[in-house]
Design a protein around this ligand. Structure first.
Ligand code: ZN
Ligand code: ZN
Length: 395
């Protein structure tokens, strides 16, 4: 029996996916607060006849679709959380939750997940294996949603044999797809450096120990790590995004606080960078008679795509958008799908979603972010074909 025409299936539910996505867009919820979103997800999966587990890692949902015959367990993961951003789009489906916005496209991911469930449940009779739909809370900002779901048993009963996830991605135009074997998104972590000095009057600096001056030197020095300590063949980022110190112009404060992020494609490199940050910060602080301490948190594993599932996705993508519309760029952005892919081989891929002509070309996390919703057809079609490769037609 030929494989179903999943493109046709996705097109048939396009209006429904758009309505679902826009509903989520209007009602965005922050990480671990996706109460409304996860209730809708769980209710719809239940209606479709899936076996549904609610409250996995607070607001996560897991749905199982058992095929009629035994076979592998294929996991699909969709994230549901929004961002603390005030939407500046003037659209009928604008966020009704001030200060909260789906500015990363997770509304589309959740809608695609429900679309996938609807399509695949139609073919339950032909499925040999189990489909595991994982709707994840709190992906953004290293909030730990994936990790929490794994800790709460999302990868057990049954354990998936292969896992897929995708992101609608505005750096890539609609009609194109990005899929790359091996590391594709960076490992990410946050660090805080506290530089302690001794406060005093700005007019009598000799009686104080100035932590701002020491911290300024640390910021400059840290930028030499990538250029002087790391192999130029390796991709690494060290960025300071926050420098806080003082409260007025004529007072030398007691301390300065620096916050930044490190990105790389492997954990070993990450450790090496942190050793250098600590060495530099402490010795530089020392040189200015200050004291520096460091805290690091929220390390997200790199996203590493396994060869076989990646080839399957690539093949599916070629059939839908054409081989010339696929690229293999990697990004230093991070994504906690990396935690799932540490446990289960799989593929994480990017669906081009921007459209210059329609003005839908703001980057992810921008207050005017929006997508060409037709990207959802490409996403669902490619994922359905990849999943079918494992559970349909005697595979
Ligand atoms: Zn994001
Ligand atoms: Zn995202």
């Amino acid at each position: 029996m030929a494989q179903p025409d999943f493109k046709k299936e996705a097109e048939a539910i396009f209006d429904e996916m758009v309505a679902t996505r826009r509903d989520f867009h209007q009602h965005p919820e922050l990480g671990f607060q996706e109460v409304r979103t996860s209730r809708i997800v769980a209710d719809r999966l239940t209606e479709l006849g899936l076996e549904v587990q609610r409250g996995v890692a607070q607001t996560g949902v897991v749905g199982l679709l058992e095929g009629r015959k035994p076979g592998p367990t294929v996991m699909m993961r969709f994230d549901m959380d929004a961002l603390p951003i005030h939407e500046e789009n003037d659209v009928p489906y604008k966020s009704k939750n001030p200060g909260v916005m789906h500015a990363c496209g997770h509304d589309a991911h959740t809608a695609m997940g429900l679309g996938m469930a609807k399509i695949m449940s139609k073919y339950q009779d032909r499925i040999a294996g189990t489909l595991k739909f994982v709707f994840q809370p709190a992906e953004e900002g290293g909030a730990g949603g994936a990790f929490a779901m794994i800790a709460d048993g999302a990868l057990e009963n049954p354990k998936p044999d292969v896992a897929f996830a995708m992101h609608v991605w505005n750096p890539v135009p609609y009609g194109r797809v990005r899929v790359v074997e091996g590391p594709c998104m960076a490992s990410s972590s946050v660090f805080t450096l506290t530089v302690e000095g001794k406060g005093g009057h700005g007019a009598a600096p000799h009686l104080a120990v100035d932590p701002i001056l020491a911290a300024a030197h640390i910021v400059a020095a840290l930028q030499s790590i990538v250029s002087r300590n790391i192999n130029p063949q390796d991709s690494v980022v060290v960025s300071i995004g926050q420098f806080s110190a003082g409260s007025t112009f004529n007072v030398i404060p007691d301390r300065a606080i620096l916050k930044g992020t490190v990105r790389s494609y492997n954990t070993e490199l990450h450790r090496k960078i942190y050793r250098r940050i600590l060495e530099m910060a402490t010795s530089m602080a020392d040189a200015f008679s200050c004291k520096a301490t460091m805290e690091t948190v929220a390390i997200v594993a790199p996203v590493v795509n396994a060869p076989e599932p990646t080839a399957v996705v690539r093949h599916a993508a070629e059939a839908i958008v054409g081989a010339d519309k696929i690229d293999e760029h990697r990004t230093m952005a991070a994504e906690d799908m990396g935690f799932f892919l540490e446990e289960v081989p799989g593929c994480y891929f990017f669906i081009g979603a921007s459209n210059d002509e329609k003005g839908l070309n703001y980057p992810q996390h921008h207050a005017k972010f929006d997508i060409d919703e037709r990207a959802m057809i490409n996403g669902v079609t490619i994922m359905a074909n990849a999943v079918a490769h494992y559970v349909m037609n005697g595979h």
